[in-house]
Design a protein around this ligand. Structure first.
Ligand SMILES: O=C(CO)COP(=O)(O)O
Length: 124
């Protein structure tokens, strides 16, 4: 996949959205070479922060996590950057688990934090 355009999903829980926006700003030039998809609120925040185009799905709790899961099992997503908040309970935890489970099942690179996201982006 190195050097090719990748389809990247961007998701962050509320307390992690600032971190994801900072990460996306820091990697703006590299991300501009790829196709970006995001859950509703995260995707909008990343667009505002970077000026990059992000395909907007539903908000995570309203089905956006499941839409990303569907993209994974249909072979339409290459990388998932999902900054999970390990300190807060999520009302839609079943959706979060389903999404991370599908990324694992389909061997899609899944970055749950900044260090991993840095490493994954460096590899594509
Ligand atoms: O809840 C989310 C991931 O589980 C993210 O959804 P939003 O980007 O719409 O806040």
């Amino acid at each position: 996949m190195e050097g090719e355009m990748a389809r990247i999903g961007l998701v962050a829980h509320d307390d992690k959205k600032d971190d994801l926006c900072r990460w996306a700003e820091a990697h703006r030039d590299k991300l501009a070479r790829h196709q970006l998809w995001g859950t509703g609120t995260t995707g909008s925040r990343v667009m505002e922060a970077t000026g990059l185009e992000v395909g907007l799905l539903k908000s995570g709790p309203l089905g956006g996590d499941q839409q990303l899961g569907a993209m994974i099992c249909e072979g339409r997503l290459d990388v998932l950057v999902f900054f999970i908040d390990p300190l807060s309970a999520q009302p839609h935890d079943v959706d979060v688990k389903a999404l991370t489970r599908l990324a694992t099942l389909y061997d899609v690179p899944l970055a749950n934090n900044k260090s991993t996201a840095d490493a994954v982006l460096a590899a594509i």
